[in-house]
Write a protein that binds this ligand. Sequence first.
Ligand code: LR7
Ligand code: MN
Length: 581
Amino acid sequence: DGQIGRTEKDFLSNQDKQNIHMYKGHSSLRPIKAPNGVDIVQEEDTIHKDHHYGPRQVMKPGELGNFEPRDYKIHTGPGEGGQPIYTSMEEKMAADRSLREFGFNMIASDKIAMDRTIPDTRMDECKYWHYPEKLPTASVIIVFHNEGWSTLVRTVHSVINMSPPHLLHEVVMVDDFSSKVHLKQKLDDYVKQFDGKVKLYRNKERLGLIRTRTLGADYSTGDVIVFLDAHCECNRNWLVPLLARIAYDRTILAVPFIDGIDWDNFRYSPVYQPGQLFRGIFEWGFLYKENSVPQKERNKHQYTSEPYWSPTHAGGLFAMDRKYFFELGAYDPGLLIWGGENFELSFKIWQCGGSVEWVPCSRVGHVYRNSMPYGFGNVQSKIPITLANYMRVVEVWLDDEYKEYFYTREPAVRGFPVSNITKQLEFKKTHNCKSFKWFIENIAYDVLEKFPYPPRNRAWGEIKQKHGTMCWDTKGQRAGGGGYLDVTPCHHLGGNQMFRLNVAGQMAVGERCIEKSGEGVTIVFCPVDPSGPWELADNGLLHHTKSGTCAEATGQGKLLMRPCVASKESQKWEINEIRTW
Ligand code: LR7
Ligand code: MN
């Protein structure tokens, strides 16, 4: 319904791809998408520093500090060096089928070697870092549900190949109740070749990725747990910089830079331009965003390649002290299947004394799917599962004034009963965890720069004709596409017919805003300032004050901005709240 957190995948258009290379000169606040499909909410301020590495030497491949398998450079074949794969016309049908089944083009993936080489996307500086000799060992945990074969197996291979053997304690695979044949006996047999280094566990029911990860951590016996999605490729020396942070301070959650692997051609590309640093934030509906690292944080570091603080992270790929994970109560077991667990763990860590760091010298590629191929099993929920998860996180970790901002952004779930959070609140108390206000003001302060506190809603719900049965409808269009809103028969289900009008005159749908465009009405990226030109008068006229026009429904189902005429029935509207529970 356009409002489902990171299941809303707007993937790169060709224009967006060009924008990525343009964003230095880009001055508008229009979000740009990185190859990971995540909004970057601000252009990068480029900083050039002179780096003095001192007398240190570049380490040789294979040495700790620059680990890479010995024969890594001599591979040839399709996809080597992270090059894209060509899919022929004859293969197109099968490729499309695999796309629907797995979320990416398996015909392309199947052509690529399990141990293909990928480009070294690290900053040059990374080759000069020296890491401690003595480091904790890692259990790499890969949970999966109905994943494609070659992508899953390539993940395991890359972990084995790219990690120093003495630091890789084990690979723990946990099958979240998959039904695909290739994940049965064939996978059992595959795992055997690793002589116990790779362990395979299977759920007896669908638990979802969040609970399955906690189970994986339970099965693990290394000092550190490292979670990876089941479609990743680890880059040179990806593991050591993560472990080094945890060796330094066991309450650090260390996050690698996540490069992009294309879902169609499997091209491996660096997530940001060289020297650019981003970190994880969120808007008030808890859609995950990435923001240029604020100067205040940059100033703490001498080198661009140093790990830095981040309010949160995308969720899938990170390393953490195993015991610390359980001291924190692991993931909240009340979270269902998918979504919000990244915020739960990040808020818990920050507010209760730990920290989240992004580590530029650790690089792992992740295949961003073009769509989510799986459903959420038998879990019943009257509101979207991700929203139910966000609500738990909000009710546990946000202070009252901050909860209000979330419910302003997602008014339809206000009052929905969250499942029992007594234990979580108890934990917060006994561990003397700090307030969300402290977190926002001291750590996540850039959230406010990009997403100021939203004014209260004046009205929300469907925008319905006072004397008719038609409603405003976005038809699922995206911001910036230039398409117009129409009026369609009211379905009372919310979704594309769910709007919010705040007391400062901003009209929004989900995280996006509604604006007049020519004679019509369109979806735009919201300005930072959460105010706008809309006014709902008592007589039902919906004014666009800036242009002095009013919204009018035509007999042909169009929504037009016309001179205001108080006697016209086609200009009379009411905004009715919609709940699905
Ligand atoms: O029911 C399930 N059971 C599972 O075991 C659903 C999924 N899974 C597995 C799945 O096979 C995969 O290995 O869990 C892993 C993550 O699922 P994906 O790859 O379908 O999700 P995603 O990449 O869209 O999800 C991102 O958000 C999730 C929210 O819960 C998790 O945090 C994912 O780990 C996270 N992925 C990343 O952070 C990778 C990078 C970027 C993004 C976005
Ligand atoms: Mn994934």
